[in-house]
Design a protein around this ligand. Structure first.
Ligand SMILES: C[S@@+](CC[C@H](N)C(=O)[O-])C[C@H]1O[C@@H](n2cnc3c(N)ncnc32)[C@H](O)[C@@H]1O
Length: 223
């Protein structure tokens, strides 16, 4: 019988070491051919645009993508998710300039960095939390994908219904030399499917914002 493992209760003491390892170790995992094909399919659309780019990573059904396109009408918004099932449930809005893309962000972020993309803003709303302590390396801030996420730059906004997730995310960014701000989100009209669900349940929601264009020295600290 499998033993129940409760969610992680406190920040992992080895988080800084995990982050430092990822920052100093190039990720060798090859880019999948289907990821490259997906990236190539929208490349002209993005690179041909003169509008500021906003990326909505792990957008699920894309409610937030539609919302962002309305909120930033002079930007091009790109919603990315790996789930065809979720993307198929997207309800297209009439306003705003946006594109939905099926891709694994583990590959997509690296391809976008290599292509020199610089989104003005990057949203990561309610990513899978992987709450067990043993799952920490699956969380974006402790995964080998972190350097590519940082390399994209822009103003990064992360939301979660688990305070520890945003606290550890902010800590990881600090290790990499960035300063994040955190706040509890005031109840407002939800902009994603998961946000709706959490608000209906009365869950507290947390947001972390970090300008990845401003480095304050953490990388040097690590050398
Ligand atoms: C908890 S859902 C949140 C979806 C949406 N942001 C929302 O708030 O409703 C997490 C999403 O991350 C997507 N996801 C997980 N790993 C991914 C990856 N490697 N690449 C792209 N999408 C991923 C899943 O398919 C899922 O839609």
């Amino acid at each position: 019988m499998r033993r129940y493992k409760p969610p992680q209760q406190a920040p992992r003491e080895d988080l800084s070491d995990i982050v430092a390892t990822h920052l100093h170790t190039p990720w060798q995992r090859p880019i999948a051919a289907h990821s490259r094909a997906a990236f190539d399919a929208i490349r002209d659309r993005v690179e041909g645009s003169t509008r500021p780019l906003i990326i909505d990573s792990c957008c699920g059904t894309g409610d937030s993508t539609r919302h962002l396109a309305n909120a930033f009408p002079s930007s091009l918004v790109l919603g990315v998710d790996k789930s065809a099932h979720r993307l198929a449930r997207h309800r297209r809005g009439k306003q705003g300039d946006y594109v939905m893309l099926r891709a694994d962000v583990n590959d997509f972020w690296r391809l976008a960095v290599d292509a020199g993309w610089r989104p003005a803003r990057h949203y990561l709303l309610y990513p899978n939390p992987y709450p067990k302590a043993s799952q920490i390396r699956k969380r974006w801030y402790a995964s080998p994908a972190l350097p590519a996420l940082l390399g994209l730059g822009g103003i990064l906004t992360v939301r979660a219904n688990w305070k520890l997730y945003v606290e550890e995310f902010a800590h990881a960014l600090g290790v990499a030399g960035f300063t994040a701000t955190m706040q509890e989100l005031a109840a407002e009209s939800p902009i994603t499917g998961f946000e709706s669900k959490y608000l209906e349940r009365g869950n507290a929601l947390f947001e972390m914002v970090c300008d990845l264009e401003i480095v304050s020295g953490g990388l040097d600290k690590l050398r």
